[in-house]
Design a protein around this ligand. Structure first.
Ligand code: SF4
Ligand code: SF4
Ligand code: SF4
Length: 444
């Protein structure tokens, strides 16, 4: 059976898009084209890193979220809260106050995502010991990186650590705990407050799991604004909750750069920001370095503190969380929930989904590859993007795949005009197909 396509959390609003190409130029996987003056997303290339969302000057890129009122469909409404949400608030807003505001907004329980780290860590160390033959092992923490490896570095999928991230472990554990306390499973809704689009996509179409244990996803910037507005209106600490079980320093910092690699055995590296990750993995693919045991790879600069749905400056977020970690003690017990979770930690093998594959049939793919090489030689190699594709190589692939025509290249047009193959009017019509009428009908 054909696997369902990736779920994407990002959508482009064509009515708002002005075809400025900022998104196309920054996209690390060349997943965007411009057609008829509007950005178009190529689904199987997008890894939901959210870089396009960050640069769009007119907010034409939308990150979907579940309607907040969905939480009220459940009697037990759990806010699954990552540490970086704490880091969004100024230091004078206490953790208890943040929890209190979430409860005041309608949640009945709060579960901190990083509680899953304590258990994951032990299992991860066992996994690394058991898979000594595979190096480097790569963390599967960041869903944008997992997808990036699937689509762009398919030979490395085996290096991904096949364990659930803390998010899923905490959701499973908290649900189990509530059921043990006597709640009906159907009454429990677990809502994750996400700093990024990639986590939304991971919840809606999990990789290596049949279903996600999470009911819905709320964007962090939306919830932070709601909660912080209340904090400012209340002008003081109006806590209605007792202090909840504290995280360990390691758990609290797990989602930041170095959070995993600082605790991995052997030689380990932490690399953040997706373009840095791509550069590094390209070197790794060329076997330029082979003696690394563990790689922590994160799509965002400063990892989840720099997620596209965060509001605070990422460096302040990191500072606040590091200061908080200094006040915490390393003390963690897992009990029976830990035993229950241990049995559910593994995910299924992650399959490659190569975006570079030109055809399912190998001999056809080879023919197409040869054609791409021939077309590339005819192109000017200036990567001007005037054809509506991000660079000459991507344009050549688009032509071979039937998504573009060679006469969309402005240089080829001039050559064709010079040879009398193409008229000036025909060139103009072609460019209007790419960029829409507005940009070419100006009265200069
Ligand atoms: S989310 Fe990332 S991969 Fe997807 S289109 Fe935007 S920039 Fe490209
Ligand atoms: S950044 Fe992309 S989506 Fe936004 S207006 Fe420009 S082309 Fe359109
Ligand atoms: S680094 Fe964190 S916030 Fe950024 S894409 Fe990965 S999981 Fe999401």
């Amino acid at each position: 059976m054909k696997k369902p396509d990736f779920h994407h959390a990002l959508k482009i609003d064509r009515d708002v898009c002005i075809g400025c190409t900022h998104c196309m130029n920054i996209c690390p996987t060349e997943a965007i084209r411009v057609r008829n003056g509007k950005a178009v997303l190529i689904d199987n290339r997008c890894v939901d890193c959210g870089f396009c969302y960050r640069v769009c000057p007119v907010n034409a890129i939308i990150v979907e979220q579940d309607d907040f009122n969905r939480i009220f469909e459940y009697k037990v409404r759990v806010a699954l809260m990552p540490a970086v949400l704490t880091g969004q608030f100024p230091e004078n807003v206490s953790l208890r106050q943040i929890h209190s505001e979430l409860l005041a907004l309608g949640f009945t329980h709060i579960c901190e995502v990083e509680h899953g780290v304590g258990l994951l860590y032990g299992v991860m160390m066992e996994y690394m010991e058991k898979h000594k033959g595979t190096r480097p092992l790569i963390s599967a923490f960041c869903p944008a990186i997992v997808r990036l490896i699937q689509v762009r570095f398919p030979a490395l999928v085996e290096n991904l650590i096949h364990l659930k991230p803390p998010l899923d472990i905490s959701a499973l554990g908290f649900r189990e705990q509530l059921i043990e306390e006597g709640y009906d499973g159907n009454d429990i809704g677990i809502f994750y407050i996400t700093p990024c689009a990639a986590k939304i996509a991971a919840v809606k179409s999990p990789v290596g799991q049949e279903d996600s244990p999470i009911t819905g996803v709320i964007n962090m910037n939306f919830l932070f604004n709601k909660a912080y507005t209340r904090v400012r209106q209340e002008k003081g600490d109006s806590c209605i909750v007792p202090e909840i079980r504290q995280l360990t320093p390691r758990s609290l910092l797990w989602s930041l750069t170095g959070g995993e690699s600082d605790h991995a055995p052997g030689r380990s590296l932490a690399i953040d920001e997706i373009h840095n990750v791509i550069n590094f993995l390209e070197q790794l693919e060329n076997e330029e370095m082979m003696d690394i045991d563990f790689l922590e790879l994160r799509a965002c600069d400063e990892s989840c503190a720099g997620g596209v749905l965060t509001t605070a400056n990422r460096f302040f977020t990191v500072e606040r969380l590091r200061k908080l970690a200094e006040q915490l003690v390393d003390d963690v017990t897992h009990g029976e929930t830990g035993d229950f979770l241990k049995k559910q930690m593994t995910i299924s093998p992650i399959e490659p989904r190569s975006m570079l594959k030109l055809d399912e049939d190998m001999s056809e793919a080879m023919k197409k590859l040869k054609r791409v090489e021939e077309i590339t030689k005819c192109l000017p190699d200036v990567d001007c993007a005037a054809c509506g594709s991000p660079n000459c190589q991507a344009f050549a692939e688009d032509i071979v795949q039937g998504y573009a025509k060679i006469n969309q290249c402005v240089f080829v047009q001039r050559i064709f005009e010079n040879r009398g193959i193409l008229s000036c009017e025909e060139s103009l019509r072609i460019m209007k197909e790419v960029w829409g009428g507005d940009k070419l009908d100006k009265n200069c």
